[in-house]
Design a protein around this ligand. Structure first.
Ligand code: GLU
Length: 421
């Protein structure tokens, strides 16, 4: 999203490291493991030559950062964007390690990115960038090594190109080399909705703790990409009242509730929620501060900072995006008694169904959508309980509890494995 608070108070990596430091200290993490886990295991930087439609040769910078493979192959998305940085990818790669550990799936963490503006590129140019990027990192990825997935500005088509490029190089089709593929190419049913569905499940669990009904709960969803739109749609279908949505172009607010199916149709045509006639127009940052019980930041990082946290009215924050809240904002929210479902739990539905996709590809046996959704719910509900109980036991907030639980699991595995010398 462009229209966000661009004056970042902490970078994504700095935010991750600040939380890691608190959790590691509380855990009494061994000094050597602290040093090792605070930084990624491997960082790959590539310069990708691409012949543009005009015939001109252009060069794009790309990254793949593998934070940890202690618990299994590294796992995480690839994002495209003009503002992508190595620091951001490094922070997000570590977050993937913690996310996979929180939901207890057998993966480490990674993240990739290419600096480019997808909105200025043709399909052909996007395909060539994706394929050459894949070729450049080919030796470091694969079903047993590192498994990419979609993230901001990448989608099922991007994953199909990566899978095909990988498969052409190894001379046979390897569907398990990426997740988030089209269903016809070995993708999983339910993967497209999984992150949004996970937000809804996490929100349901939070409501139970407050003894609230869905029907009496007003929700604002910030961001209307894959995560935000699916979260809004599913939450509306199950009875929540969606009172506000926003994307990069602007927002719309209606205290009586938005007609979400009509909104989804409107967005399919106009590509934005801005201008939707079912509510009052509102600025895309101002919407964060409107009246509601639940806020789902599902756009991008660092939208809730020390500059606006004070004015957040929601009692429950369900982080659909990665790192939408800065550590200084965490403190303010905590002091105000906001119940935060942290990103590495709230948005873990995506990577959980990615895990199911990888399992199905390796088995060559595909599950029904009901089966996928049922298993997803089971994992998220028990992870939610684990985090909240851990926090109560150690007297820390949900964010630090999730980090502590994750770091503890990764450190335990590393101690069992020992260090190869
Ligand atoms: N990009 C998503 C995330 O940040 C999904 C990662 C995956 O499925 O591997 O969690």
């Amino acid at each position: 999203m462009g229209a966000v608070d661009t004056q970042k108070e902490l970078s994504v990596y700095e935010s991750m490291a600040a939380r890691f430091d608190i959790a590691a200290r509380k855990l009494g993490l061994d000094e050597g493991l602290y040093k090792y886990l605070r930084m990624p295991n491997r960082e790959i930087i590539v310069h990708i030559p691409v012949v543009m439609d005009s015939g001109r040769l252009d060069v794009f910078d790309g990254f793949r950062v593998q934070h940890s493979i202690a618990r299994g192959p590294s796992k995480g998305g690839i994002r495209f964007g003009p503002d992508v940085t190595l620091d951001e990818i490094r922070g997000l790669a570590a977050e993937m390690t913690w996310k996979c550990a929180v939901v207890n799936i057998p993966f480490g963490g990674a993240k990739g990115g290419v600096i480019c503006d997808p909105h200025q590129l043709s399909q052909g140019e996007l395909e060539r960038i994706t394929r050459r990027y894949t070729a450049e990192i080919l030796d470091y990825i694969g079903p047993e090594r590192d498994v990419p997935a979609p993230d901001m500005n990448t989608n099922e088509q991007t994953m199909a190109w990566i899978m095909d490029t990988y498969s052409m190089h190894v001379r046979h089709t390897v569907t398990a080399s990426v997740t988030g593929k089209p269903i016809d190419l070995g993708g999983s049913r339910g993967r497209r909705e999984a992150t949004g569905r996970g937000c809804m499940i996490a929100c349901d669990e939070a409501l139970k703790r407050f003894g609230r009904s869905r029907e009496s709960t007003r929700v604002i969803v910030h961001g209307f990409g894959n995560v935000g739109s699916q979260a809004a749609r599913l939450m509306h279908e199950t009875g929540y009242k969606i009172v506000g949505v926003a994307d990069i172009a602007g927002g719309v607010y209606n205290p009586r509730g938005l007609d979400v199916p009509a909104l989804v149709e409107y967005v399919a045509e106009t590509k934005t929620v801005s201008g939707f006639p079912g509510g009052e127009p509102i600025d895309c940052l101002a919407i964060l501060e409107q009246d509601c019980e639940v806020l789902v930041p599902a756009a991008t990082e660092s939208v809730i900072t020390s500059r606006n946290a004070e004015r957040i009215k929601a009692r429950i924050l369900v982080e659909g995006a990665n790192s939408p809240t800065t550590p200084p904002a965490d403190e303010i929210l905590f002091d105000h008694g906001v119940f935060v479902v942290p990103d590495i739990l709230a948005n873990a539905g995506g990577v959980t169904v990615s895990y199911f996709e990888w399992v199905q590809d390796r088995q060559g046996y595909f599950w029904t959508e009901a089966d996928v959704n049922e298993r997803l719910k089971h994992i998220l509900v028990s992870s939610f309980d684990d985090v909240v109980r851990y926090g109560e036991k150690h007297n820390v907030n949900n964010r630090i509890a999730a980090y502590m639980l994750a770091i503890d699991r990764v450190a335990f595995t590393m101690k069992l494995r020992g260090i190869y010398a």
